[in-house]
Design a protein around this ligand. Structure first.
Ligand code: FES
Length: 464
């Protein structure tokens, strides 16, 4: 019997009642300074990768056009389709997290076209992916569980055609363009994002209508082989990578080491997939950009299960799981050894006693590097001491206003701090949200520097 994955069914209520919803997830231990280095963003690195990808799309598209009256058009269009309808998925993903480029504008500049290539509504999928990271393959919570139990082997193989998947995407986008809002969308998204979702869907639908009009006008299929069609005939590459992420692994567990898979892949696949094969690492630390995931893997691999040594190995594991789970949905993959990390050190927190100098609290020496973060505790209350890249210090609340994330594991970008869990951002000077999904401001207090020491003034509405 198929398990219940709906957001309104019994499993959804169970997830909330049992503490699985918005739960506290296991994280591998990483030194905070190292994590900050690994979370650095590079516009130039992401730009080079993006330009190579776009260059390949143009080259495949031109080649396909030039050989369109020969059988060579078949492999040429297959390559074009895979780059558009398949490789766009990894670009959508990284730019949606805001981690590919340092600049938010550049991330959005790639995110929206990638959404169009995949027929994904930009805002809905941003919010659904926030949920996926909050409740990764928790039944009744995660709307991105691609391979629900039981998935049979024929069903899984059929998914590679992406006909049904693409049809769902087109149908949902057109439905949104007509102004229809579903319960799932209302549940996942804030109401003020709904009009923009409709507007984006109308833009996408108009472009598809234009492609179909061009088909009628020219009397050929070429226009939809370039626009819209790749979402269907190139989608196999997205499924090829996506299936390795969570398929067949344990559901309803607050530890990505059980629910997520890291697979070692060759450099060509890693380029197409933007290193998302390091998927456990990505889920544990979504603030680390794709080009540093390999380094993060080296940093924490002792605390993770051994990666699948090849894509073929991962596929064998997945299809074995599908075979067993189609008979017994409770069947789990055996011998997936998860290292015992019970002896881990607790994170080091600078503990500050209730010691005031006049009306100020002494936070210690001004020795934080620019862009640095340090957890501090003042009389049992948790904060994070942050230093902007411009050099000023700020004392901020340690827990993100969107969820239970520890901001000391985040990253400072200019004068902003980014949450490590969903990449929401706050302006450190004002505490105001600057990037979704955060909506409530973060408590921030300016810190002054005097004779090499840092002080926060005592009149800031202390909750002591
Ligand atoms: Fe979601 Fe911070 S917990 S952005």
């Amino acid at each position: 019997m198929r398990r219940d994955y709906s957001l309104t069914g019994a499993e959804a209520a169970t997830a909330v009642a049992s503490g699985l919803a918005e739960g506290h997830w296991f994280q591998a231990e990483v030194d905070l300074k190292r994590l900050s280095e690994l979370s650095e963003r590079s516009n130039s690195r992401a730009a080079v990768d993006t330009l190579v990808w776009v260059g390949l799309i143009i080259a495949a598209g031109v080649l396909a056009w030039n050989v369109r009256s020969t059988w060579w058009a078949v492999p040429a269009f297959l390559a074009y389709g895979a780059l558009v309808g398949g490789a766009a998925d990894a670009r959508w993903h990284e730019c949606g997290h805001g981690t590919a480029f340092r600049s938010n504008t550049l991330n959005d500049l790639v995110y929206y076209p990638a959404c169009f290539m995949l027929a994904r509504r930009p805002l809905f999928w941003r919010w659904s992916h926030f949920r996926h990271h909050t409740d990764t393959i928790i039944r009744g919570r995660d709307v991105e569980i691609a391979f629900q139990r039981p998935t049979t082997v024929p069903e899984a193989l059929l998914r590679f055609t992406h006909v049904q998947g693409a049809f769902t995407m087109f149908r949902d986008t057109i439905s949104t363009a007509l102004g229809r809002i579903t319960d799932v969308e209302r549940q996942l998204m804030p109401s003020d994002d709904l009009p923009r979702m409709v507007r984006d869907a109308r833009v996408f639908t108009s472009l598809w209508v234009a492609a179909i009009a061009a088909v009628i006008w020219t009397g050929t299929l070429w226009p939809i082989l370039y626009i819209g069609g790749p979402t269907i005939y190139g989608g196999w590459l997205m499924v090829f990578f996506g299936i390795t992420q969570h398929a067949g692994l344990q559901e309803n567990v607050l530890d990505h080491r059980y629910s997520t898979r890291t697979v070692l892949m060759n450099p060509i696949l890693r380029f197409l997939y933007l290193n998302m094969n390091y998927h456990i690492e990505h889920h544990m630390y979504p603030s680390v950009p794709y080009y540093r995931l390999r380094a993060l893997h080296e940093e924490i691999k002792q605390q993770l299960p051994a990666p699948n040594p090849s894509t073929l190995h991962a596929y064998r594991e997945i299809f074995t799981a599908f075979r067993h789970q189609s008979v017994d949905p409770d069947w789990e993959i055996p011998n997936r050894e998860i290292p015992d990390v019970s002896g881990r050190r607790a994170p080091i927190v600078q503990d500050i006693a209730w010691g005031r100098a006049g009306d100020s609290i002494d936070l210690g020496p001004a020795d934080l590097a620019r862009g640095g973060l340090r957890p501090v505790r003042i009389d049992g209350q948790d904060f994070v001491l942050a230093r902007t890249e411009e050099g000023s210090y700020v004392l901020a609340d340690r827990i993100c206003t969107h969820g239970e994330a520890d901001m000391s594991q985040g990253v400072v970008l200019g004068c902003e701090i980014e949450c490590p869990r969903h990449n929401g951002r706050f302006d450190l000077r004002t505490g105001q949200p600057t990037r979704k999904p955060v909506r409530e401001p973060l408590g921030v207090q300016p810190v002054t520097e005097s004779e090499g020491r840092l002080y926060v003034h005592g009149d800031w509405g202390l909750r002591f």
